[in-house]
Design a protein around this ligand. Structure first.
Ligand SMILES: Cc1cc2nc3c(=O)[nH]c(=O)nc-3n(C[C@H](O)[C@H](O)[C@H](O)COP(=O)(O)OP(=O)(O)OC[C@H]3O[C@@H](n4cnc5c(N)ncnc54)[C@H](O)[C@@H]3O)c2cc1C
Length: 292
């Protein structure tokens, strides 16, 4: 079914205050549009549920990266190009820089935003495992004010999330405390560029005295929501990376995920690759020897 443009209304109030006021006056009526790279795909497929669209593209309050002594705050309206080109993100949060580089093509990176990736909530979204590994927090805004929530737990099921219809994500905050860690990301897709992942991993780790002191691992495309492997992380802490531990890691990762068969891959392949990606990261950590 094709969409008829005459059935839609798009407005651009231009200030955050005007946008959140309208969202509060008519909750659920207006659909925010940032870069539009997901919304326009739904529109073209005749699957866009909303008829009233409100542009949040270029709202100054959602743009820019704020560098504070203990954290960075990335405006939800930052594009992948901005993330890719930001020197603090490249140096301190390379998992996010890699995800930005791997997302779509250049045109998509110039329009697609981090906030849009979070709220579109695809299990295959590239930036979300990085946000889990870095323990990002979301700064959410409405007429009631701001609230700050951990990104871990924000997605409660397939395309479900802890966000009211009158709320916007304003920024994503990440603590600047990952120097000395190995940052490891890998995307497995049908080809090197412009592919949706079959499985992806974002992981961080640090050794002390040859043993794992801290480790964070998150996978995409293996469950209804991007998954942090918290149980596996606890098992790994305090241990040296040896063959038995790698085998245990593979098995625990495979047990933690809920992969499906779909157009891009099979559940069996995804389970095998997820285990391999976790083991590859741990071997890399052992070999690089990043220490506190
Ligand atoms: C050709 C193509 C290739 C792609 N490749 C990839 C890929 O490789 N990896 C990947 O992860 N994604 C990919 N995508 C998906 C898409 O580009 C990303 O999800 C992008 O981050 C969406 O951002 P946007 O600003 O365009 O979102 P929009 O389309 O504007 O919005 C998406 C959803 O988020 C909501 N929203 C947006 N911003 C906010 C906010 N601040 N607060 C509250 N709600 C908000 C909107 O209401 C809407 O529901 C691709 C898309 C296309 C068209």
């Amino acid at each position: 079914m094709r969409s008829d443009p005459a059935d839609f209304e798009l407005i651009a109030p231009g200030t955050l205050h005007a946008v959140i006021s309208l969202l509060a006056d008519e909750p659920g009526q207006w659909l925010p549009v940032a870069g539009g790279t997901d919304v326009m795909v739904q529109y073209a497929a005749g699957k866009l549920p909303a008829r009233e669209l409100i542009s949040i593209w270029n709202l100054p309050e959602l743009r820019g990266v704020e560098i504070l002594p203990g954290e960075i705050r990335i405006g939800a309206g930052c594009t992948y190009t901005e993330l890719r080109e930001h020197n603090v993100i490249a140096e301190e949060f390379p998992l996010l820089a890699s995800a930005a580089r791997w997302t779509g093509g250049i045109a998509n990176q110039n329009r697609g935003t981090l906030g849009g990736n979070i709220v579109n909530a695809s299990p295959a979204a590239d930036s979300l495992p990085a946000l889990l590994a870095y323990e990002a927090e979301l700064i959410v805004v409405s007429v009631r004010g701001e609230r700050r929530i951990p990104y871990l737990g924000f997605h409660t099921g397939y395309k479900k999330m802890n966000l009211a219809p009158d709320e916007l994500i304003r920024a994503i905050s990440i603590g600047r405390r990952f120097s000395g860690y190995l940052h490891h990301a890998r995307k497995v897709g049908a080809r090197e560029a412009q592919a949706i992942s079959k499985v992806c991993i974002a992981a961080l780790g640090r050794l002390r005295g040859g043993k794992i002191e801290d480790v964070r691992m998150a996978l995409g495309s293996v469950a209804p929501v991007p998954l942090r492997l918290t149980e596996l992380e606890q098992i790994m802490k305090g241990k040296a990376v040896e063959p038995e531990l790698l085998q245990l890691a593979r098995e625990t990762a495979a047990a933690a995920i809920e992969p499906i068969d779909d157009i891009r891959s099979t559940a069996k392949y995804r389970a095998a690759v997820a285990g391999n990606l976790v083991a590859e990261f741990l071997e890399h950590l052992r070999d690089c020897g990043n220490t506190a």
